[in-house]
Design a protein around this ligand. Structure first.
Ligand code: NAD
Ligand code: UDX
Length: 480
């Protein structure tokens, strides 16, 4: 029986390994982590992450060929294939701070693998890492190997949160990079055989190591670039009376462009896009390519601009001040169908409104009060460092309260900001909400999910990203 061990039981390691276990009953899969609460949660009825379909997959395999454990060394020692799916956050200090990937967790995992191994192993980079990381990992492993043979493969993960299980069941492609040596090719085949249990062969792409590593950064940069492009257009739409939904539909109909990832929004969030683009920018700078670095930096700049543009619009529309006004925030997660708040645009929007002394009442169906308070008190980039792997008691932001119902959040509010596209926000009783709000009552739709015309009929003043502005908003211009 082939044994797989995955180091890192997070958003990638947990679902990916659960699906491998489900699709490959002949393989024993152990997912290990240094976080005791995280492993305890994977072994309980309350999984540590919310992901549609995940619970079902875990329940089918857990205790049969899928195990979650904190005994990292034992499972690594016994494995034939070791996936490393630890976090690779942006560095907060020292050389490259604010841009470069922090490979501390990766390096410590690699040193531990070298330390405890007693048999040959394939080591798979599942985390997103800078191009050429495999070379560094190879050096760590071979210099400490005691004669054991390690083959390094790059097998980046392309799943998106909220659709992780579907993405894993039917991936657009699986990418495997390895060395062009007989041992390297043998390792590629071994990993390909795992995926071939359920992924059609033509969807498994094999490349050299550096192409695989760079393709992951490139794919995320391209996806984020589309969002920044449409968001940049959304600002121009508001200035000219064009409608961004119509523009992106017309543009996306070009089969060379395609319709996906062209939804204007308050900005992209999530743990990957910003981190990976900053990393790409840093790699370009280190390789003497400042023009290329500058090009990709602009994707982040437009994203930041979009978030501050939204805050300015809220404040400007409400007579240029939100001091002491109640603002209801609907949605805090970085997208629907996840409880994940990493780099969510809601953090910057809420901080911007708090900076203008607003009082916020926040509701999200999947995010806890603790998490929201922690996010609003944390420094940029601090969220993905070990201090935060364990639960900590947050410093409370006094102007913020968190409630468990959209009606409670909007009661007595002066304005409503929709920051996540949860389906339930589309079908709220907006007449009831209007009746219980202060007047004039505002809705700022950061995801273009409400029917603005219907809301205007009720009496709301409505701002929708990239849509023609009504008279009120035109009279209260927001300076970006
Ligand atoms: P995560 O923070 O949810 O999980 C990482 C886990 O690794 C944590 O539970 C942490 O405790 C554990 N860990 C860290 N060091 C360890 C060590 N030395 N030994 C054992 N466990 C250790 O992160 P994630 O979202 O799963 O992302 C993991 C990687 O995958 C990152 O490089 C990320 O960029 C990449 N990625 C993420 C996504 C996504 O949607 N989240 C998608 C594709 C790729
Ligand atoms: C992303 C990539 O899609 C995935 O392939 C990679 O493995 C990890 O990073 P994820 O961050 O989980 O996945 O979600 P994604 O669906 O890409 O959304 C990212 C952000 O962009 C969200 O905040 C989402 O709301 C926003 N978005 C997405 C838009 O604003 N407009 C769009 O058209 C699409």
């Amino acid at each position: 029986m082939v044994k797989i061990c995955c180091i890192g039981a997070g958003y990638v390691g947990g679902p990916t390994m659960a699906v491998i276990a489900l699709k490959c009953p002949s393989i024993e899969v152990a997912v290990v982590d240094i976080s005791v609460p995280r492993i305890a949660a994977w072994n309980s009825d309350q999984l540590p992450i919310y992901e549609p379909g995940l619970e079902d997959v875990v329940k089918q395999c857990r205790g049969k060929n899928l195990f979650f454990s904190t005994d990292v060394e034992k499972h690594v020692r016994e494995a034939d294939i070791v996936f490393v799916s630890v976090n690779t956050p942006t560095k907060t200090r020292g050389l490259g701070a604010g841009k470069a990937a922090d490979l501390t967790y990766w390096e410590s995992a690699a040193r531990m693998i070298a330390d405890v191994s007693k048999s040959d192993k394939i080591v798979v980079e599942k985390s997103t890492v800078p191009v050429k990381t495999a070379e560094a990992i190879e050096k760590i492993l071979t210099h400490n190997s005691k004669g054991i043979n390690f083959q390094i493969l790059s097998n980046p993960e392309f799943l998106a949160e909220g659709t992780a299980i579907q993405d894993l069941f039917k991936p657009d492609r699986v990418l495997i990079g390895g060395r062009d040596t007989p041992e390297g090719q043998k390792a590629i085949k071994a990993l390909k055989d795992v995926y071939a249990h359920w992924v059609p062969e033509e969807r498994i792409i094999c490349t050299n190591l550096w192409s695989a590593e760079l393709s992951k950064l490139a794919a995320n940069a391209f996806l984020a670039q589309r969002i920044s492009s449409v968001n940049a257009m959304s600002a121009l739409c508001e200035a000219t009376g064009a409608d961004v939904t119509q523009v992106s539909y017309a543009v996306g109909k070009d089969s060379r462009i395609g319709p996906k990832f062209l939804n204007a929004s308050v900005g992209f969030g999530g743990s990957c896009f910003q981190k990976d683009i900053l990393n790409l920018v840093y790699i370009c700078e280190c390789n003497g390519l400042p023009e290329v670095a500058e090009y990709w930096k602009q994707v982040i700049k437009i994203n930041d601009y979009q978030k501050s543009r939204f805050v300015n619009r809220v404040v400007a529309s409400m007579f240029n001040t939100v001091a002491n006004k109640k603002i209801a925030v609907l949605g805090f997660a970085f997208k629907k169908d996840t409880g994940d708040t990493r780099e969510t645009p809601a953090i910057d929007v809420c901080k911007g409104l708090l900076g203008d002394k607003a009082r916020l009442r926040i509701y999200d169906p999947q995010v806890t009060e603790d998490q929201i308070q922690r996010d609003l008190t944390m420094n940029k980039f601090d969220w993905d460092h070990p201090l935060h792997l364990q639960p900590m008691s947050p410093t409370t932001v006094k102007q913020v309260s968190v409630v468990w119902d959209a009606y409670e959040a909007t009661k007595d509010a002066h304005g409503v900001c929709i920051l996540t596209e949860w389906d339930e926000f589309k079908t709220l009783d907006y007449q009831r909400i209007f009746d219980n709000m202060q007047k004039p009552a505002f809705v700022f739709d950061g995801r273009n999910i409400v029917n603005a015309d219907k809301l205007r009929e009720i009496g709301f003043i409505v701002y929708s990203i990239g849509k023609p502005l009504d008279a009120w908003l035109k009279d209260m211009p927001a300076v970006a």
